[in-house]
Design a protein around this ligand. Structure first.
Ligand code: 6R9
Length: 654
């Protein structure tokens, strides 16, 4: 999906929706102007939406200057994130459902966890962590499926001032070990097995394998979720549910500084090593809460469903922190959209009377392919708003979503943001900004997007323009650093276009000032809304004994948005066989995880290189896209004949 989408019309919310919305067009215009003209006053006001134990006196202290990048918000304020998401609601919402948990198997009853129960379970979990020696500032790795214990664990860490690093349950033992070691965590929380779509992932045995490569002192806390048999290492493994039952039902929360880290979340970059994005407590929570309320026009009593996994930033900000800070009812779904059938999402929407539904274009495209009859079977009259995230949404998917799911009466918010941004940065506010299918529309409050000329870095001042997307000033939800590597943080985000935060995305701005994200301009690809560094897949491939060299690029894929196309050069004496192809796919799955599986592997006796030995990825991308007619300048190639051979044997002839 790397092409800018053409507007096929402009869609505004109904007059009724606008009348009841938190923000209408005039309010947006006035508030946005204030937010960028005087961010200190604006954010001082917004920060009151959360409770501070000690009020801040300094609002904004940020500097994007290369060599001294520093981002601090509300820096002398003190708070506790868990208390903001739970305790402060106890006087008014103790009996209200905080989390609806919908299990993988629709025959298993859903759970309705009240705020009072959330408090007790979070406290019990916090006491279990404390008993393992976890204290303020320690890192805890959470490798759990979509079960309530994942929420308890995140909030328990926040309660103790410990820093969580959630690792997506689809990641391999190696990826898990790297993340445990990367932040020197002493505790990993996992589950026995994880059912999804009727199949089970052996999480505990993955954790066992990972821990072989970690410090002996790392404890393994195991949630016995399915009750499946697992190996048990006494002295190291802890039965979480049993310990929670025996623990005290209350645990006091600690006072943390606004700039104390809340979590680390690893994400892919353009080099082989994933980046440990660090978010802190005060600014992140203010921003997650505010965007959740305004972008989704969340109203008290609404049932909110974000289908992401808690292993991604979307799950952090819009299943856990934003909704719970707002006292919302948030739905957590263990399963997949297509099991037991392609109507599962809609069945869950109808069953729990979901009001806002937030998913990814890849899921919409997959369901679109199954036919609208799966949607029509269910009563979707509770829906008020739909959301999209993770990649540009193509107009076909947008129209299908709008017509069949939203019945033409639900605004669609196409929210552009990143792990690094903490929350939405370019997004429609549904009562204020009319939508154009494929456009993330306008900036959120306090966000100053700029479009730069990719070559010169000059700011494009005309309204209608295109280039690379940067942000000119800080907002409270912005990441603060990379774990233990501030130099890499500056280098990755602030060095290409000095003075700006560089998103890594290209974009177009139309004559109405709407932003259209055109996709990554770096070596990051977007597979089913998941970020994957091509270098990560390459380094996994070359770690195989038969592989001499590998180059990985993205290519258009109907469902996934982008698929993974790998060019592999084998060692001299190795025969390229179908069997080896399968083995390499399996190899990458075990090295990184199923989301990194190459879709196509082409044997490449040689790769197109410049005389200085740089692989010319531009050419490889074109061949993978089946668009080899316009290869551009190939004059710098060391051996141009390599290209003809690659074209002849290309794998994607679609
Ligand atoms: C939240 C999340 C970030 C990258 C980002 C961009 C792409 C996300 C988008 C979108 C177009 C949208 N992206 N939302 N592109 N329209 N509404 O997805 O975070 O996993 O860090 O990915 O995803 O390319 O740079 P993350």
């Amino acid at each position: 999906m790397s092409q800018p989408m053409q507007a096929q019309g402009v869609y505004a919310a109904s007059d009724d929706f606008i009348a009841g919305a938190h923000v209408n067009a005039d309010q947006y215009a006035a508030m946005y102007a204030d937010s960028v003209a005087d961010p200190v006053t604006f954010w001082a006001g917004q920060a009151r939406r959360i409770d501070w134990i000690r009020p801040f006196t300094r609002v904004k202290n940020t500097d994007f200057t290369l060599g001294q990048v520093s981002i601090k918000w509300f820096e002398d304020g003190h708070l506790n994130v868990s208390a903001n998401c739970i305790d402060r609601h106890m006087t008014t919402r103790a009996g209200q459902t905080a989390i609806i948990w919908e299990p993988d198997d629709p025959k298993t009853p859903a759970l309705h966890i009240t705020y009072a129960e959330l408090l007790e379970n979070t406290c019990r979990m916090a006491n279990v962590l404390k008993a393992q020696g976890v204290k303020q500032g320690d890192r805890v790795v959470i490798y759990l499926p979509m079960i309530p214990e994942a929420a308890y664990a995140m909030l328990a860490c926040a309660r103790l001032g410990a820093i969580h690093s959630v690792v997506f349950a689809g990641f391999s033992p190696d990826a898990l070990a790297n993340r445990i070691n990367g932040c020197d965590a002493r505790v990993v929380i996992t589950a026995d097995t994880a059912p999804r779509g009727g199949r089970k992932t052996a999480l505990k045995s993955n954790a066992d394998a990972a821990l072989l490569n970690c410090d002996d002192r790392v404890k393994c806390l195991v949630v016995k979720h399915t009750g499946d048999q697992t190996t048990w290492v006494s002295g190291r493994d802890v039965d979480v549910k049993a310990e929670m039952a025996a623990a005290a039902p209350y645990c006091s929360y600690v006072e943390v500084g606004a700039e104390d880290p809340l979590f680390i979340l690893y994400t892919s970059g353009s080099t082989g090593k994933p980046k440990g994005v660090v978010h802190t407590s005060g600014g992140y929570l203010v921003y997650a809460a505010m965007t959740h309320q305004m972008t989704f026009d969340y109203q008290d009593g609404d049932i909110f469903w974000c289908t992401a996994d808690v292993g991604w930033v979307t799950g952090h900000s819009y299943i856990i922190y934003g909704p719970l800070a707002n006292g919302a009812t948030t739905l957590m779904f263990e399963g997949v959209p297509t099991w037991p059938d392609a109507g599962r999402f809609w069945e869950v929407c109808a069953k729990h009377k979901v009001n806002q539904f937030y998913t990814a274009p890849t899921a919409i495209r997959a369901l679109m392919g199954q036919g609208a009859e799966w949607v029509e079977k269910h009563d979707l009259s509770s829906l008020k708003l739909l959301g999209s995230v993770g990649e540009p949404i193509n107009p076909e998917a947008w129209n299908w979503y709008n017509t069949h799911v939203g019945k033409g009466r639900c605004p669609i918010v196409d929210t552009f943001w990143q792990t690094e941004t903490g929350g939405h940065i370019i997004t429609p506010l549904p009562g204020a900004i009319a939508q154009k299918p494929g456009s993330a529309t306008k900036p959120f409050f306090g966000v100053k997007p700029v479009v730069l000329d990719p070559a010169t870095g000059a700011e494009q001042t005309e309204t209608a323009t295109d280039g690379v997307l940067c942000i000119a000033d800080s907002w409270p939800g912005q990441m603060r650093t990379l774990w233990d590597d501030h130099a890499r943080f500056e280098e990755a985000y602030f060095s290409q276009y000095p003075g700006y935060y560089f998103t890594g995305d290209g974009c177009r701005r139309d004559a109405d000032g709407y932003y259209w994200i055109t996709g990554r301009v770096d070596d990051v690809i977007n597979v089913s809304g998941h970020r994957m560094g091509t270098a990560e897949v390459e380094s996994a491939l070359v770690a195989h004994e038969h592989v001499a060299e590998a180059a990985v690029v993205g290519y258009p894929h109907d469902i996934k948005g982008q698929g993974i196309y790998a060019y592999v050069t084998l060692m001299n004496d190795v025969e390229p066989t179908e069997e080896l192809r399968k083995e390499l796919v399996k190899w990458v799955r075990t090295e990184i995880g199923p989301i990194a599986s190459p879709d196509l592997i082409q044997w490449a006796p040689g790769l197109p290189k410049t005389r200085s030995g740089k692989i010319m990825r531009r050419i490889l991308r074109k061949i993978a896209e089946n668009d080899y007619g316009a290869l551009g300048d190939t004059s710098t190639l060391a051996d141009p004949s390599v290209v003809d051979q690659l074209i002849e044997n290309r794998m994607n002839r679609g």
